[in-house]
Design a protein around this ligand. Structure first.
Ligand code: PLP
Length: 384
């Protein structure tokens, strides 16, 4: 049997710590290794496979589009791309009336930063400590975590980082040079920290009063993850720019930057080769259709409640706190999580860290209650 681990180690870059697992197949909420062993996937491609793996409607849409037209540059119109643009605007928060299509979260952030500078004529940005916006030079400049950032200096100048959920600090740094404030509504990588309603309302007010754009990074929270189609809906929030990606294509790489009506970008100032290609657009259209028709936002809300009630962390001595919005779940431990993630894997469950002390779980939204039961029973066993 081919040693796939050795091949990746020899010929790939060791950029991310790897689980001792070669995933070769997926179905629903489960992954399978070479020997056919089943794992319950509570990482879901890091919040990507919200429809589970190989959802039949997604597979059919990709197959059909692959036989019809795979690529189509933005120098001409395309049927599938045009329908996706219309759909995105229809489902996104009020005021967002146009979308730029790209291929990843970081690309969506890069576009947002460029569009914000163009629109405002200002250069600076304010983002949150413990925030995460991606790995490209602009996105990593926006990301506070020094270990992601420092080796690459000099980065894009003009970024200030403020503590999350503390309005005084933000109020003090937003000024006439600020093009935009950019925030997540639940910090994903930073430990699963939900934003406070009063805080985001105050941020919105400060931005509007000072002519500063509000960019909301829903790359991880979007597409039903938090129990609403977009997390903005929890707060009746109208951002000026919305960044989405991860679950947008149900696993196929695609992202988008949605813009308020007032924001214009002149021809030639930005562009993309792959963005909005028919294959990825067909996947996103199919995925969005399932999110809507199967009402996966409501399912995420209900199953999140079910998970929390069943887990009942007040009985678990190793747990400090559970933080959650829908099926975006963080379990903060009193110790480091690496051992616990390994124990989960030994028991056939894949989960993620979010910082040193938090187990992050982003199950597929189609997960079954019995699968949640199995994960909860295992957590209760190893965290008692
Ligand atoms: C994953 C993520 C990104 C970066 O997306 P990539 O597709 O990895 O570039 C940006 N912001 C948030 C909130 C994310 O979760």
């Amino acid at each position: 049997m081919t040693d796939y681990k050795a091949l990746e180690l020899d010929y790939g870059l060791p950029l991310q710590p790897k689980r001792d697992l070669v995933a070769v197949r997926g179905e629903g909420a489960c992954l399978y290794d070479e020997a056919g062993r089943e794992y319950i996937d509570f990482a879901a491609g890091i919040g990507v496979a919200s429809l589970g793996h190989c959802h039949p409607q997604l597979v059919a849409a990709i197959q059909q589009q692959a036989e019809t037209l795979i690529t189509c540059p933005n120098i001409m119109y395309n049927d599938i791309r045009s329908r996706l643009l219309e759909k995105l605007v229809e489902i996104s928060p009020q005021g967002l009336t146009r979308a730029y299509l790209c291929n990843s979260g970081a690309e969506s952030i890069e576009a947002a930063l460029k569009f914000a500078r163009l629109h405002s004529g200002r250069t600076n940005f304010v983002t949150a400590m413990r925030g995460f916006h991606g790995r490209t030079m602009g996105a990593v400049s926006a990301t506070y975590t020094p270990k992601y950032r420092e080796a690459f200096q000099p980065l894009i100048p003009g970024f200030d980082y403020v503590p999350y959920n503390k309005i005084d600090k933000l109020d003090a740094v937003v000024n006439d040079n600020t093009a935009a404030v950019m925030l997540e509504l639940v910090q994903g990588e930073g430990g699963v920290n939900p934003i406070q309603a009063e805080y985001i309302a105050a941020v919105r007010k400060i931005c509007s009063e000072r002519g500063v754009l509000l960019i909301i990074d829903e790359i991880q929270t979007g597409f039903c993850r938090t129990g609403r189609f977009f997390a903005c809906e929890h707060f009746e929030l109208q951002p000026d720019i919305l960044c989405v990606a991860k679950a947008m294509g149900g696993g196929v790489p695609i992202g988008a930057t949605l813009l308020d009506t007032a924001i214009n970008v002149d021809p030639g100032l930005h562009g993309t080769t792959f963005g909005g290609n028919p294959l990825a657009s067909a996947a996103a259209l199919a995925a969005i259709d399932v999110y809507q028709t199967d009402n996966l936002a409501q399912r995420a809300a209900e199953l999140g409640d079910y998970f929390e009630t069943r887990l009942n962390v007040s009985e678990l001595s190793q747990v400090r706190a559970l933080r959650r919005l829908g099926l975006m779940i963080g379990i903060e431990l009193k110790q480091k999580v690496q051992d616990k993630l390994a124990q989960l894997l030994e028991r056939g469950i894949i989960a993620l860290p979010a910082g040193p002390n938090v187990i992050r779980m982003l199950p597929p939204l189609i997960v079954e209650r019995q699968q949640i039961d199995r994960v909860v029973d295992t957590l209760r066993e190893i965290l008692a």
